[in-house]
Design a protein around this ligand. Sequence first.
Ligand SMILES: [Zn+2]
Length: 543
Amino acid sequence: DSFQEVVVKIERRTYKKPFLGGFRNMSTGVEFHNAGSQTKPKKRPDKGIQLFCKETQTVEEKNKQQQTRNTTSTQMTQIGIYVSNMTDKLITPGKYFTAEEYHKHRLEAVIVLQKYFRRWHAINLVQNLMEQKRLRLAREAQEELQKKREKEEKLRREYEKKLNPKTKEDFELLYHDLELWMQEETEQINRTLTGAERKAALCALLEEETELIACFGMHKLNANVENQPKAILQLLSKCAQPRRWKAFDGKITEMDTQNTLRGKELLEIYRSISTKDIPKDERTSVLLTLKCTVQGHECKLTQEIVALIDREVDLMSREVKECNLEGLRKRICTLFLQYIKIPEFNPEVAGLLKVPQDPLQLYKKVYFCHSCENYLPSTEFPIPANSRTIGRCRSCYQLDNEARKREAYFKYRLILENLRKSEVDYQDDTKIVFLVQLPDMKYLTESIWNCQSALSACSDLYELVMVRWDKQREWSPWNTILLTKEEADAHLKLCNLQKAYEAPFIYKIKQKHIRAKNYFAQFPAMSSFLHRSNNQANANSYK
Ligand SMILES: [Zn+2]
């Protein structure tokens, strides 16, 4: 009777056993449940084939009815039936060709089609290109012609200006030319002649120069006579101009005030009163209008004007000759101009008069010119960037220039004006360009950039413009390059200067910038900007 203990391992199910049904003894009421096996089902060996997948289990099944084909049949001639063979066709097999041959044939056909298409395409393309080329050549020729014409026009205008000088600039150019001519002549005399002959020739030259200068003076007097009425009309039209301002969207709004309307009225009257050779009745009506306008204010001046008007009307009614009335008309004109220039009668003129109404304003802005010993407003003093004192006034500078150096600043003024305009367009609050004055610009152009384009060495100053070297930073004498207009346009389109230019060129430009820095560092106003730009450059190099 030996027994053995056997350890039975019970594997606990991880899930709840399902209820599989059962029964109940009716008499005792005992419940019996059907039992399931406890052993796990045997796993089928994995054959490496996926037996079920999501697609088959979620497939949408469809049922569709379909009609089968009509059944057909053939009938042959045989005993008891005759079928006509009239419509029968005899078909003989063609040449047999393989699939390979078929595909080859297709390919050849495709190639032929492609050839035609490509030919057509190429013709189109070439014609298009030729048309473009033609248009471009035509445009270039047009531009060239335009440029040539502009140049001729400019030369003509310059010649015209020198022949009939009108403005300060014209005279500046004239004196400049005179100086050049003098230098040339003197040089020639020094080269060819000696001793007493040389002295005589120099004397003759000096005499010629004096004659020419006297001639310029005559022209200047004439120009002044011509310019005076223009200046008066300009002043009056300034009084008549409506107030205008620019809105944020660039549109310009104009507004007439009571004062500008008054200015306009006076301008119109002045215009008609100063016109010569108008019929008598018209003149009379103009005079009457003037009388009405002036009579509103009773004072000595208006009384005088009214008296003169009465006299003219009286004389005209007595059929006095026109030429004898000229002096009287001039007097009326002059007195009326005096009337217009009084702010009480023409309020708009107050801001435009050289001598302000409020004497207190004079104390702040008036400086003494040691050269001509005049007291002048601050705007009359051109102050170069390197000056420490107020110096001489504009007209003294001009006189000195005419007498000695005879420099023509006109071309530099063009360059500077162009530069200022383009700098304003950048809208990044640039300041240095407005500190630079004409003499500084002249030095920069002549001594540092040798009056020629850095790229093409074009030396026509009318063609040249100064632009930023690095367009990200504001213009300054040490961030600039002198180029022709076309070159400048191309230069400003560049994104990476280091890649666009060769190293020696960049080195050359940098040298010029360093020279400009050294020169402008002497100016007190400039040096602060110089430090700032140095800091900026350092900051950039640390990045
Ligand atoms: Zn002066």
